[in-house]
Each structure stands twice: as structure tokens, then as C-alpha cells.
Design a binder for this molecule. Structure first.
Ligand code: ASP
Length: 321
């Protein structure tokens, strides 16, 4: 009797052990793609960027590890990057031709397919939170300019004086571009995440391109172009030459290849970045995560600032190929 009771108890505890699935979550972050190679990045800049990417990654991991949602992780991670002058988003946003800052951001929830975005805003400290407010508090997807600022500040988004976005580095970058009469791209930030509830989310935030004019809006606030999340396929955040990402609906195309052609996340991201986008002359990259926690980070530039972690123990911070 006693023996069979012990046998029953140990079977029960075995079931509990086997029944406890390890938490499945994954997170990938990017800080822009472009002419990023050891020749252009000094060891000091390299160390500063790596330290920041690690800090941001740890924040994302701790949210997901403690049971936070992918949406919360995406927003929190992007806010930290927006508050840093190192990236072309929030505080470190580039200047327009007229010497102003016009910021774009978007966020998408793969569970509900709800999305929110803001474009061309100049006085909201954290555009990613503004995008989330649009998603959660309005019946719309994309709000722009003064109207967007009015709406999101009415729902608690922090308003700042436009001087907040002034950084000498970006100002000088504009002066160089004005002499060359060109536009300089890259430096956008983004994050994709899968939480332990199986929900995917994606967010992207940017100052756009240095020296942009005429109210130009890039791909970052365009759902399906620079940002996309769908629990049936994947979450994607893009960075690069926005016009190409809009024309080739890059983020949605990766999702569609997975959904309709059964490609893996890596095959889908590779096909779109190296074949479709690359063949068309578009430059940039994407970070992606699928519903099983598989990740992909593809770019056709010399580098892309990125960091990743999965509950399976994969973890890293990278800049170059
Ligand atoms: N995609 C952004 C834009 O075109 C720029 C970037 O990713 O750096 O506005």
C-alpha cells in the first residue's frame, strides 16, 4: 500500500515536471542599418552603442521574463532608445531641411491586429507611446502633425519644447547634407517581441531622413511597410530607405510569404531583403520574430545595430555582418 502510494506520488511529481513548459519568449531590437562598418565606427562609439543595446535588451528580457506582454516590452524598449541621443528617434532625431524635427512611429499588436501610428510630430517626447495611444484610445490607425500631438497629449503623452530634440551632432549632420544637397538616411529604432502568452508585437520609431522636405513621411509609421505584427505569422520592424519599404510593403511581404507560401521566418526575411528589395535598389534591414520564437535579422547594408534574446538561451549584441 505504502509503496504504491509513493509510486503514485512520484508519478504525479514527474507529470508536474514534464507539464511545466519552459517559458517561450523572444525579443529582437534594432538601432538602424546603414554604412556601419569597423572603418566608420571608432572603438569608443562601438563600446557606447554596444553598452546601450545591452541595457535596452536587458530591460526587454526582464519584462518578458516576469510575464509582461510583448506590447509592453516593445514600448518600454523603444522609449529607452528614444530617450538616448545615440539613435535617430526621439531625443536623437535628425533635422529636416528647415532645421526642425518631425518624428514618425508605429506599433502593432499581433493578437488583435490593432495598430497605431503617428507621423510628422514635433513636440511629443516619446512617439512610440503616442502611437500606442492612437491604437488604444482612438478608432484610427494613423494620425499626423498638430492633430496627432493634440490627441495624444490629451491622453497623457508628455509634451516637450521643440528645443528638446536639438543635438549638436544631428545639427552638424544637417549642415553637411545641406552642402551636398542630399538626404542622409538610417538610425531608426525598432523592436519585435513574442511573449509567453503567444502574442507578437512590433514597434518602430524614427526621425526619418536628415534634410527631408515637404512633410516627407517614411515607412516607419506605415503598417505593412516598416512595421507589422500578426500572431499567425510574425512581427517585423524595418529600417532603411523608406520609400522602397513602402513600395515593396516589406514587413507585410515577409508575413505573407510565411502565411501563404509556408516559408520559415529566415527564408522569408532573406527573400524580401536580398531579392525583392535588393534587386530594386533598396537598402536597409529588418528584425523579425515568429510565433514559435524563431528570429531573423537580415540587412543588405554593411551593418545593422541589433540585439536579441530568446528563452532558449540565444543572446547577443551585433553591429556588422
Ligand atoms: N526608414 C526610415 C525612413 O525612411 C529611415 C531609417 O530607417 O533610418 O524614414
Amino acid at each position: 500500500m505504502r509503496t504504491s502510494l509513493i509510486a503514485l506520488l512520484s508519478l504525479y511529481s514527474l507529470q508536474i515536471t514534464f507539464g511545466q513548459e519552459p517559458p517561450v519568449y523572444a525579443i529582437v531590437i534594432h538601432g538602424g542599418a546603414g554604412n556601419i562598418s569597423p572603418a566608420f565606427i571608432t572603438p569608443t562609439t562601438d563600446a557606447t552603442l554596444s553598452a546601450k543595446l545591452s541595457e535596452v535588451l536587458e530591460e526587454g528580457i526582464s519584462i518578458l521574463d516576469s510575464g509582461g506582454t510583448s506590447l509592453d516590452a516593445v514600448e518600454a524598449v523603444i522609449r529607452i532608445m528614444e530617450d538616448s541621443p545615440l539613435f535617430n528617434a526621439g531625443k536623437g532625431a535628425v533635422f529636416t531641411h528647415e532645421g526642425k524635427n518631425e518624428l514618425d512611429a508605429s506599433i502593432m499588436d499581433g493578437k488583435t491586429m490593432k495598430a497605431g501610428a503617428v507621423a510628422g510630430i514635433g513636440d511629443i517626447k516619446n512617439p512610440i507611446s503616442a502611437a500606442r495611444i492612437v491604437m488604444e484610445k482612438s478608432p484610427h490607425v494613423l494620425l499626423s502633425g498638430a492633430g496627432a500631438s493634440r490627441f495624444v497629449s490629451g491622453h497623457g503623452a508628455e509634451v516637450v519644447d521643440s528645443n528638446y530634440f536639438y543635438t549638436e551632432r544631428r545639427w552638424e549632420q544637417l549642415q553637411r547634407q545641406l552642402k551636398k544637397a542630399g538626404v542622409e538616411k538610417y538610425g531608426t529604432v525598432g523592436c519585435v517581441a513574442l511573449d509567453r502568452y503567444g502574442n507578437l508585437a512590433a514597434g518602430t520609431s524614427t526621425g526619418g531622413m536628415t534634410n527631408k522636405r515637404f512633410g516627407r513621411i517614411g515607412d516607419s509609421p506605415i503598417i505593412g511597410a516598416g512595421n507589422y505584427a500578426n500572431n499567425n505569422s510574425c512581427a517585423v520592424s524595418a529600417t532603411g530607405h523608406g520609400e522602397f519599404f513602402i513600395r515593396y510593403t516589406v514587413a507585410h511581404d515577409i508575413s505573407a510569404l510565411m502565411q501563404y507560401r509556408d516559408l520559415s521566418i529566415q527564408e522569408a526575411a532573406r527573400t524580401v531583403i536580398h531579392e525583392k528589395l535588393g534587386d530594386a535598389g533598396g537598402t536597409g534591414g529588418v528584425i523579425c520574430v515568429d510565433k514559435h520564437g524563431n528570429i531573423a535579422m537580415e540587412f543588405n547594408t554593411s551593418g545593422m545595430l541589433r540585439a536579441y534574446a530568446t528563452a532558449r538561451g540565444e543572446k547577443g549584441v551585433r553591429m556588422f555582418e
